[in-house]
Design a protein around this ligand. Structure first.
Ligand SMILES: [Zn+2]
Length: 271
């Protein structure tokens, strides 16, 4: 009998250690949280991409209570330019991909209220419209931020903005010249509308993040930082010529322990 109990304890311990991999090595470097939609998912199978406002508030509160300093792309640029070797301890970027209106409705007021900062990667041609690059059968179209909302968030100092192309294509699967235009033109148009320069770019689907030619397009356009879709903490000082900046993908199903593990280890659940 005792053998069965011991065996059960062993199995539960293994499962728990895979679910919450506490044993991974802690890492140092730049942490970049990656969110998409903040709100209640319209369909249950979308629960990973949608983080509820309650959960988001809890996560931002965790950052503040644990001494994390949330910064903007522009602030990261200052650190990168002026003090290349030093990244203040506990520096984190909160980023949102695509520019959904729910970022304005839910995330922005929470960040503002708790005294934190965030950053949104915009898909220029979809602003004020919908996420038309998705197949509405699998991913319903929802509203994207309008230029007025973006300006309001920018002026508040709470949100900063980066580029995420014109139409959200798979950059390596379209004509190279079209890919270049997607990167360059979206930067130019957003900068004209906002009256300030953009320093950060994220590859839609992470596609192109490890292509030398695509990264060259991004840097030729004048971007300083490029962000991948790969899980991880980026060693600092950042070796820009080698790799893009990794991110920590926060899922709607993550609990606060997953969130803490992401920050500490650069990764969370295995199962
Ligand atoms: Zn995207």
């Amino acid at each position: 009998m005792w053998f069965i109990v011991l065996f059960a304890i062993l199995v539960i311990s293994i499962l728990l250690s895979l679910r919450y991999p506490w044993w991974r090595k802690s890492k140092s470097g730049l942490r970049v949280l990656c969110y998409h939609k903040v709100g209640i998912p319209p369909k249950p199978y979308m629960k990973d991409l949608w983080v509820s406002p309650e959960k988001f508030r809890k996560q931002v509160k965790y950052l503040i209570d644990n001494g994390w300093n949330t910064i903007t792309f522009s602030e990261l640029n200052e650190i990168y330019k002026e003090k290349k070797q030093e990244l203040p301890e506990k520096t984190v970027l909160i980023t949102f991909d695509d520019g959904y209106q729910n970022n304005y409705e839910y995330a922005y007021p929470i960040l503002k209220e708790l005294g934190a900062k965030g950053n949104i990667f915009l898909v220029w041609n979809t602003l004020g419209k919908a996420n038309t690059w998705h197949n509405p059968a699998s991913e319903p179209w929802i509203n994207m931020c309008t230029i007025e909302q973006i300006k309001e968030m920018l002026e508040s100092g709470v949100m900063d903005f980066g580029g995420h192309t014109l139409n959200h294509p798979h950059l390596t699967k379209i004509d190279p010249e079209a890919a270049r235009t997607e990167i360059t033109e979206s930067k130019k148009k957003t900068e004209e509308a906002l009256g300030r320069s953009l320093c950060a770019f994220a590859y839609p689907y992470g596609d192109g993040a490890y292509s030398e030619a695509m990264r060259k397009n991004v840097f030729d356009a004048g971007y300083i930082f490029d962000f991948s879709f790969k899980e991880g903490i980026t060693a600092w000082p950042w070796e820009r010529e080698k790799n893009p900046i990794d991110r920590l993908y926060i899922k709607g199903t993550d609990d606060i322990t997953d969130f803490a593990l992401h920050l500490k280890k650069g990764n969370a659940r295995i199962i």
